[in-house]
Write a protein that binds this ligand. Structure first.
Ligand code: COA
Length: 177
């Protein structure tokens, strides 16, 4: 993976700015990561308070500083609201690989915002990071997530399993799709 995230790559789409997470996002990130609908199909540790949300933001900033992962805030251009997040992680250099993760607040779902962000991140991954493969691990009943992945040409991998997460399915996108 040929990219140095010490200067954060801010990206723009028609309606969105994709930017770095910072401590001013603490309340919005707390709200997003503790939202029941957002977490319905995600098995993760959620922050118990704002201090834990701040610790999460620190962790994410360190990952970018160490080129271990990159995490964009999805912000609306018109009112600067934090709508959601999208990130790449678990880079594997030899395979030019990254795992993609994403979430959007229920107030902003189903308006094409995630698709718009997704398209831009895939373009950035292929062109700027020289990635060749993306994978996504998603709950088998997460129809919105599966629809998003299929819309962006990810292919279901029926023969594979996500160790430790029996309800997850794996989707993969390779560069020449
Ligand atoms: C998964 C998620 C990001 C999708 O966001 P979204 O706002 O629905 O995305 P978009 O509006 O860009 O829609 C993308 C496509 O999915 C389709 N879609 C959305 N919700 C759907 C659902 N429940 N069932 C079937 N298709 C659905 C849309 O119709 C759209 O396809 P289209 O353009 O062909 O109509 C959102 O539901 C979410 O944040 N969920 C909670 C967090 C989560 O589960 N993240 C994934 C963890 S692996």
């Amino acid at each position: 993976m040929d990219f140095d995230f010490t200067t954060f790559p801010v990206l723009e789409t028609e309606r969105l700015t994709l930017r770095a997470l910072n401590l001013e996002d603490t309340k919005a990130i707390f709200g997003l990561r503790t939202n029941k609908e957002v977490n319905e199909f995600i098995d993760r540790k959620t922050p118990k308070n704002l201090s834990e949300a701040r610790a999460f933001i620190d962790l994410i900033s360190n990952q970018a500083a160490n080129n271990k992962g990159v995490f964009w805030v999805i912000e609306a251009k018109n009112n600067h609201q934090l709508l959601g997040t999208i990130g790449l992680r678990n880079f594997e250099d030899e395979e030019d690989y990254a795992e993609i993760g994403y979430e959007i607040h229920p107030d902003y779902q189903d308006r094409g915002y995630m698709s718009e962000a997704f398209k831009e991140i895939l373009k950035f991954g292929f062109k700027e990071m020289n990635l060749k493969t993306f994978e996504a691990f998603t709950h088998k009943n997460n129809n919105a997530s599966k629809a998003l992945l299929e819309k962006h040409s990810f292919v279901f991998q029926p023969e594979r399993t996500d160790e430790g997460f029996v309800n997850n399915v794996i989707y993969k996108l390779t560069g020449n799709n």
